[in-house]
Ligand binder design. Structure first.
Ligand SMILES: [Zn+2]
Length: 336
């Protein structure tokens, strides 16, 4: 029996903030020595971001359209900012082509005043914006020590066909409290845009940080199901972790994250293997009329669905942000 399943949105998503920041020093003091020893020998490949029920998230598309703000960063100007965006997407695209992965970033024409956030009415744009006046959104102020922030919106509906499907991804740069540069050698006191962006694009693809800084509980697991190691002390970590583009931290003048490491590439290739190509290269249009109907092969009534708007605040620097989780109540119904 095929059910024709419609979801209707009843409420505007609400935002919930999870644990706030720890400075490197204070967090370091909180780490029990035993824990450090326990996870020291853990080897790692890559870590996938998962929904609250543990489903790894990924795009159900062959392409990810990226819309950069045409103004770019006021520190370096529009052209240099957009060049950095191109460089970051090309790095991931090249890695994808090397393992015959189908996934590809496509950059849309830069436009001014792009709308951030996720809407349940119509097509969402995956924007890259530089915030220069207010580091935050309508609801909250972001942590000022963040360099950039990625917000990934995906379906969390255990058992459903689209569980874990990424619907939207926005990247925001902190132009209010941080300085940016684009020099290939890096610039003292400034964060390299391409270095930052390449890391954030990894979040957009569905990759998470390779070590545990205490912000996400329970402790994430790597691709083999092993708990990831603590980020502190840094000397306890394998180079494959600290050198990865997806490593949690970055410093001013750093540019090494422009280049993906084997673990970053392994993550990309595993999430989007050639055999899984959905062969659909189009923006995600989610519930254009506020009602999503699809045909699924399923018996019985679907359980009430929930979509969690799970925001990854990808903080680079010596601090890491918090996770923000949005959730909305959605009614599930069926008709034949
Ligand atoms: Zn991050």
């Amino acid at each position: 029996m095929n059910l024709f399943w419609c979801k209707q949105h009843k409420k505007k998503p609400r935002a919930v903030r999870l644990p706030s920041l720890f400075t490197k020093v204070s967090f370091n003091l909180l780490i029990p020595a035993l824990l450090l020893v326990s996870y020291h020998s853990t080897t790692l490949g890559y870590v996938r971001t998962t929904s609250p029920d543990g489903t790894p998230i990924h795009w159900h598309r062959s392409c990810i359209f990226i819309s950069p703000d045409s103004a770019g960063s006021s520190d370096v100007g529009a052209d240099a900012s957009l060049e950095a965006v191109a460089g970051g997407t090309e790095e991931w695209n090249y890695a994808a082509s090397e393992c015959n992965s189908y996934i590809k970033f496509i950059i849309n024409e830069p436009k001014p005043n792009l709308k951030r956030g996720f809407t349940t009415n119509g097509t969402n744009k995956n924007v890259i914006v530089w915030l220069e006046e207010h580091w935050g959104d309508d609801e909250i102020d972001y942590e000022r020590n963040a360099i950039a922030l990625s917000t990934i919106t995906f379906v969390s509906d255990p058992g459903a066909e689209d569980d874990g499907e990424i619907l939207d991804a926005d990247i925001e740069f902190n132009g209010v409290y941080q300085k940016f540069s684009v020099s290939p050698e890096g610039e003292a006191g400034k964060y390299d845009i391409q270095n930052t962006l390449t890391h954030e694009l990894g979040h957009v693809l569905g990759l998470d940080h390779p070590c545990h800084d205490g912000e996400v509980e329970p402790r994430p697991v790597d691709h083999e199901g092993n708990p990831i190691p603590d980020c502190y002390p840094e000397w306890s970590l394998d180079d494959s972790i600290t050198e990865a583009t997806m490593y949690n931290f970055a410093f001013t003048g750093e540019t090494k994250k422009r280049n993906l490491t084997d673990d970053d590439i392994a993550g990309l290739c595993a999430i989007y293997p050639p055999g899984d190509d959905p062969d659909v290269c189009a923006p995600v249009s989610f519930r254009p009329q506020g009602c999503s109907c699809r045909q699924i092969s399923k018996h019985g009534n679907p359980s009430p669905a929930a979509i969690f708007f799970f925001s990854i605040l990808g903080l680079l620097g010596f601090l890491r942000l918090f996770l923000r989780e949005h959730s909305s109540n959605i009614s599930g119904g069926s008709k034949e």
